[in-house]
Write a protein that binds this ligand. Structure first.
Ligand code: GNR
Ligand code: NI
Length: 167
């Protein structure tokens, strides 16, 4: 297993569009294991392949308290969503920034698991937030893009400054 390097906003590679996985093979299962290790080590409750500069539709999530419920979503598709909730989001690609984002409260998603089997997930609350946040990453979208231009500019400035200081 390996800990992968996570891209930091405003890296333009975070805006690449991930392509679907044609075949869930051993190389994809290795990517899933490495992404899970990276997510748990961070620690985070989700990670999209885009964040580790792999532009394939692969997501890992574990929003359980005990950190023992790994969810793997390959080629996820949102079938339906309803309701609305506001949640203070964070992102491993935007360290130290937490901002409220409004999203649907419930989503129904289909995806392939690590064995390539199709399944349906009905998510609500934090899990629904996380699923939507990760699917956005695969589409090249970072949660700060839901914020005002003013806030986005401030966040870019802050992260670029921090990057300079740690070099
Ligand atoms: O670890 C994470 N926590 C989190 C909290 C609120 C809303 C979304 C998230 S996802 C984030 C990990 C991450 O950046 N995934 O892309
Ligand atoms: Ni994120």
């Amino acid at each position: 297993m390996a800990i992968l390097q996570i891209l930091h906003y405003p890296d333009e590679r975070l805006h690449k569009i991930a392509v679907p996985v044609a075949d869930v093979d051993d190389s994809i299962r290795k990517l899933v294991r490495d992404m899970a290790e990276t997510m748990y080590a961070a620690p985070g409750i989700g990670l999209a392949a885009t964040q580790v500069d792999v532009h394939r539709q692969v997501i890992v999530i574990d929003s359980s308290e005990a950190k023992n419920d790994l969810l793997v979503l390959i080629n996820p598709q949102i079938l339906s969503c309803d309701g609305m909730q506001e949640y203070e989001e964070g992102c491993l690609s935007v360290p130290g920034v937490y901002e409220k984002v409004k999203r649907p409260e419930r989503v129904t998603v289909t995806a392939l698991d690590a064995e390539g089997r199709l399944f349906t997930l009905e998510a609500a609350g934090l899990l629904a937030v996380c699923v939507q946040h990760e699917i956005d990453h695969l589409k090249g979208k970072v949660f700060v893009e839901y914020l005002s231009q003013l806030k986005q500019g401030r966040i870019k400035h802050k992260l670029k400054k921090r990057l300079r200081e740690t070099m």
